[in-house]
Design a binder for this molecule. Structure first.
Ligand code: B1M
Length: 211
């Protein structure tokens, strides 16, 4: 069985969608514990994240791996639900108000899903109050703000301020996007900043582990 799980990890790493789905079905048919199947999938996406961060692979490979992961997860989800296994964290994500860029934000959302977070994607041009409303309604552990325009950096600042003012217990705010820097993140009072989608997984894990 561990051979099949290793194969499953490999199909995600290489984005072989059809094989990923077939292998997921095979391990489920063999009554493999759903947590072990999930572990094999997440290990695959973690590896994708590491190689993306190291510039060994690029956006298209990540998208292909994420698609394989998504289809395998669709098969696995009913088994996870039946076993009472829930995603570790709930994460809200969106591109800040006035900003329509979503490629980077979508990559972060995919990486977070690949790490088995429950991801609620609010899309682009998201007003500060929508982040607050959604974080409250979903009992979010983390809110991710993406911004690609220097002209929308003030909207990111407002969103962080509103989230701080709302004082939602335990929620961490993380930011990213091409013009965003660690200095800016510190200046606006965000809990964390990451340069890329793969690091955004490590960032959330470390912020929430130390919470
Ligand atoms: Co726009 N655009 N664009 N654009 N666009 C930029 C950003 C720009 C740098 C181009 C340039 O002039 N050289 C420039 C901004 C300049 C500035 O602000 N200083 C610019 C401009 C000016 C504009 C318009 C104003 C143009 C106009 O209409 N006059 C307009 C604005 C519209 C609006 O938003 N209101 C506009 C429009 C567009 C398109 C619609 C045509 C299209 C967006 C399509 C889409 O997103 N669906 C577009 C594109 C594609 C770009 C470029 C070419 C590429 C952006 C991208 O997707 N990169 C960009 C120039 C460039 O970067 N070369 C440009 C790939 C993506 C994977 O990277 O989003 O940085 P990125 O995400 C990274 C990290 O930043 C990080 O992870 C990702 C990688 O792993 N990250 C996070 C991102 N979010 C994160 C969140 C996190 C953590 C990490 O935690 C929550």
């Amino acid at each position: 069985m561990s051979e099949l799980l290793a194969k499953l990890t490999e199909t995600i790493k290489t984005g072989r969608r059809k094989e990923a789905v077939e292998t997921t079905q095979a391990v489920l048919d063999a009554n493999t514990p759903p947590a072990d199947v999930l572990g094999a999938l997440v290990t695959g996406m973690d590896d994708v994240g590491r190689r993306f961060k190291a510039n060994v692979i690029f956006v298209p490979e990540v998208l292909i791996a994420a698609r394989a992961m998504k289809e395998s997860m669709a098969l696995l989800e009913p088994f996870l639900a039946a076993a009472g296994i829930k995603p570790e964290f709930t994460a809200i994500i969106g591109t800040v108000q006035g900003d329509l860029h979503d490629i980077g934000k979508n990559l972060v959302a995919m990486m977070w899903k690949g790490a088995n977070f429950n991801v609620i994607d609010l899309g682009t041009n998201v007003p500060p109050e929508k982040f607050v409303e959604s974080a409250r309604a979903e009992n979010a552990h983390v809110v991710g703000l993406s911004g690609l325009l220097t002209t929308t950096m003030p909207a990111m600042k407002r969103a962080v301020e509103d989230l701080r003012q709302a004082a939602i217990p335990g929620v961490k705010v993380v930011v990213g996007g091409a013009p965003i820097t660690q200095e800016f993140a510190d200046e606006i009072g965000a809990d964390g900043y990451s340069t890329d989608a793969a690091s955004a997984v490590d960032l959330v894990r470390s912020l929430l582990k130390s919470a």
